[in-house]
Design a protein around this ligand. Structure first.
Ligand SMILES: NC(=O)c1ccc[n+]([C@@H]2O[C@H](COP(=O)([O-])OP(=O)(O)OC[C@H]3O[C@@H](n4cnc5c(N)ncnc54)[C@H](OP(=O)(O)O)[C@@H]3O)[C@@H](O)[C@H]2O)c1
Length: 292
């Protein structure tokens, strides 16, 4: 059985180590603050004195620290770098697609293989089917260790480009923030207009099938570039724009912070100025990037 080194035993790293130990995998842990790793020793993990010792003791090196900068510092130390030859580094710290690609190049130049991972879950979901983890990097290296990845959660290989897992991570987080900041704004509208938050919660749930359908439709239309208004259009830009302005007017009248909504307004206005008022909402995809 492969021995796994886990560098970083904060909230997430401890959960990852716990899931591997529960699965009977031999684990060596290292953490900058040693006390945070000691509870894992009670569960059967070996504690390494140094990063290099943890790498030398293992076949697979799983990294979960604050970010890619912290990880690069740890793995870039001379003794750690020398130990990386023939190891697989699985980077589960959060970062950008560019950082993942740079890390892949660095690890390869040290004689190791690199797989990037993005954890789409909080620590309580690790080791369960609701704990989605996206991986990208060489397909053969992923396939060789697929059993290990499955112990960590609902593991999915999304492609060979090491930047893909982070790209999807950022995309899904952006969707999440859209929903969470939207929820903050929505709750403020309810509060200003005497709607209780329990009622908000109930009606929000009733709207979800419609919102989910509109989201699927938007992505499908963007993929096929079906951006004009047509017989299958669910709601034109004109329809959205009209309701959007009602929301903005009421929010402004109630002193709600509309700065994020002003950003959406600017996107609507650019599309309308370019003559797209009768097109599908999906036409806004053309206005999401600045000209390079
Ligand atoms: N928690 C989540 O829900 C979640 C979800 C998805 C992804 N993640 C990602 O998982 C990673 C860890 O998050 P976490 O929630 O476990 O955070 P955390 O509990 O604050 O742990 C951070 C870990 O990073 C280590 N660390 C920070 N700076 C370091 C440095 N300069 N050198 C060496 N080690 C350093 C810490 O070591 P010390 O103990 O010595 O401080 C600790 O092990 C982050 O990249 C985060 O984005 C977390």
């Amino acid at each position: 059985m492969n021995r796994i080194a886990i560098l970083g035993t904060g909230r997430m790293g401890s959960a990852l180590a716990g899931a591997l130990l529960d699965g009977g995998v031999p684990v060596t842990v290292w953490n900058r603050t040693r006390e945070r790793a000691t509870p894992l020793a009670a569960k059967g993990a070996e504690l390494a004195e140094t990063v290099a010792a943890a790498i030398r003791a293992s076949d697979i090196v799983l990294v979960n620290v604050r970010d890619y900068h912290a990880s690069a510092d740890l793995l870039g130390a001379e003794d750690a770098q020398a130990a990386l030859k023939d190891r697989i580094v699985v980077e589960l710290s959060s970062g950008t697609p560019g950082q993942a690609r740079e890390a892949a190049t660095r690890i390869k130049s040290s004689g190791g293989e690199f797989i990037a991972g993005a954890i789409m879950a909080t620590p309580n979901f690790i080791g369960t089917q609701d704990g989605v983890i996206l991986f990208s990097g060489p397909a053969d290296a992923y396939a060789r260790h697929d059993k290990i990845f499955k112990l960590l959660g609902h593991a999915q290989h999304v492609g060979v480009d090491p930047g893909l897992a982070s790209a999807l991570d950022l995309a899904l987080l952006t969707q999440m923030w859209g929903l969470l900041f939207g929820t903050l704004h929505a709750a403020a509208i309810c509060e200003a207009n005497g709607v209780g938050l329990a009622d908000f919660a109930r009606h929000r749930l009733a709207f979800i099938p419609t919102v989910e359908g509109a989201t699927e439709d938007l992505i499908a239309r963007a993929a096929d570039q079906r951006l004009s208004g047509d017989a299958a259009t669910l709601a034109s830009l004109a329809t959205h724009w009209s309701s959007f302005r009602h929301m903005l007017a009421d929010s402004q009248a109630n002193g709600i912070d509309v700065r994020s909504a002003q950003g959406w307004k600017a996107i609507f206005e650019r599309a309308i100025a370019a003559g797209h008022i009768d097109d599908d909402f999906a036409v806004l995809t053309k206005f999401m990037r600045h000209a390079r």
